[in-house]
Design a protein around this ligand. Sequence first.
Ligand SMILES: CC(C)(COP(=O)(O)OP(=O)(O)OC[C@H]1O[C@@H](n2cnc3c(N)ncnc32)[C@H](O)[C@@H]1OP(=O)(O)O)[C@@H](O)C(=O)NCCC(=O)NCCS
Length: 310
Amino acid sequence: MSHHLCESELSGIELTSESQRWELRVLQTPEEMRTVEELQRQVWPGSETDVVPTHLLLTAAHNGGVVVGAFVEGQLVGFVFGFPGLEFTPDGPRPKHCSHMLGVLPEYRDQGLGFALKRAQWQIVRHQGLEHVTWTYDPLLSRNAHLNITKLGAVCNTYLREVYGQMRDGLNVGLPSDRFQVDWWINSRRVVDRMEGKPYPRLPLSHYLKSGAPVLNPVEWDDEGWPHPPASSQAAMEDGHPLPTVLVEIPADFLTIKATQPDLALAWRFHTRALFEELFANGYVVTEFIHESGRPPRSFYVLTRDTRGA
Ligand SMILES: CC(C)(COP(=O)(O)OP(=O)(O)OC[C@H]1O[C@@H](n2cnc3c(N)ncnc32)[C@H](O)[C@@H]1OP(=O)(O)O)[C@@H](O)C(=O)NCCC(=O)NCCS
């Protein structure tokens, strides 16, 4: 019964996909969910207990949750999964969509599939009448930051320490599971423009530097070319007043650091934890992300603060 309800509810939505290379589909059957289990094992290898099982995916999908798959020649190569949730505001509890997982097989990354899956989720969640989607991601992952902040238009001023306790999967073992929780205001002009493929401003690093926005923590390179966080960071103040815009640098390739330099990975975690917690407490919001693919590639968050009356 719930299966039929769910099918008719979503069948009116035609998922946007300008690419001929893949097909996007809302997933609803036990067989489809089993392929999502299998895909999770490939995207997050190493921990069977962290796989979201078929029965939970199905129950979520039959109760307002959204599971969308991307297929190439009939093979599932990516998926997005989330479910309705509640957030607690000064006006009382409000409904939102909690997006839990987004995964694309390594050989299909950087082709726009992550974006396409999130846009499908955006279409469905808007259709459900919700306005707010949240999810968490590791703020040290440059590719994820570029996708979430630049391409999708999410913003962030929430830093969560150790969200998942000790994680056991191969991508995360041994590092505190600190996360950004991002806000995706799905009816905002900022997000709608991006989802509809309209142009939006993407300014280079030089623009920010020229306009007086400092990099609070420029990386220091060692002899082997590893980026280290500086011993101390510049304050986000000038003449006793908070600056309207500041930049925070992160490594452009944290995945390699995590895999080969665990002490350096930990140093980056604690360095950025302190910096972001302080900036968010002082009213800053992550609004843009810059990734410059030079030699070496470099990555920066842009944080802005309303300085009127400050
Ligand atoms: C995060 C993930 C879903 C992204 O999927 P994807 O299909 O590669 O996403 P897209 O192709 O839409 O976007 C990736 C963007 O990052 C860019 N990119 C690649 N490496 C980058 C880097 N080091 N820094 C910044 N941007 C980078 C790509 O060029 C692309 O941007 P562009 O379209 O402007 O060129 C995928 O990498 C993945 O499955 N990762 C492992 C699991 C994970 O981290 N999931 C999310 C948290 S639950």
